[in-house]
Design a protein around this ligand. Structure first.
Ligand code: IDP
Length: 160
């Protein structure tokens, strides 16, 4: 059954992943979704969205004292983003590894930023940095009715 659910049940962790405006403009959405799908994570929410300034500021509130904060808000609101909620065991830390270091020039080859970006202010993708922030960010970007609780048929082949 598919019902709206604010949070994963059964202990499955969730993270908020977002293709930033540069990734959308560069046609990288499919490639990025594909990496998380192939890894074996479960998509719980997906939408395209033009982020308003107040949401960008709330999302990045921990960085509001940084000198690059105004540019960051401008970047995130500069075009549509693709918002995703992914779930699975250890998905927060694993997504951060798939994404790679904040500065794409320091990101390992094989990671999304390592393979697809060159500038910290155009680093293509966001991923929550803690389980608590994953919950906070999914709550910020998604309404309850936009999140699906479902059991892919493949689950027994992915999870013990
Ligand atoms: P993260 O996205 O890897 O978690 P954060 O430190 O949370 O990195 O920074 C949020 C975003 O702010 C980065 O992804 C990047 O787009 C931008 N950013 C971080 N540091 C800088 C900087 O030194 N100059 C410009 N932009 C930055």
């Amino acid at each position: 059954s598919v019902v709206a659910q604010p949070r994963a049940e059964g202990g499955l962790e969730q993270t908020y992943v977002m293709v930033k405006p540069d990734g959308v403009q560069r046609g990288l959405v499919g490639e990025i979704i594909s990496r998380f799908e192939k890894k074996g994570f479960r998509l719980a929410g997906l939408k395209m969205f033009q982020c308003p300034e107040d949401l960008a500021k709330k999302h990045y509130e921990e960085l509001q004292e940084k000198p690059f904060f105004p540019k960051l808000v401008k970047y995130i609101t500069s075009g549509p983003v693709v918002c995703m909620a992914w779930e699975g065991p250890g998905v927060v830390a694993s997504a951060r590894k798939l994404i790679g270091s904040t500065n794409p020039l320091q990101a390992e080859p094989g990671t999304i930023r390592g393979d697809l970006a060159v500038a910290v202010g155009r680093n293509v993708i966001h991923g929550s940095d803690s389980v608590a922030n994953g919950e906070r960010e999914i709550g910020l970007w998604f309404g309850e009715a936009e999140l699906c609780k479902w059991q892919p048929e493949l689950t027994p082949w992915l999870l013990e």
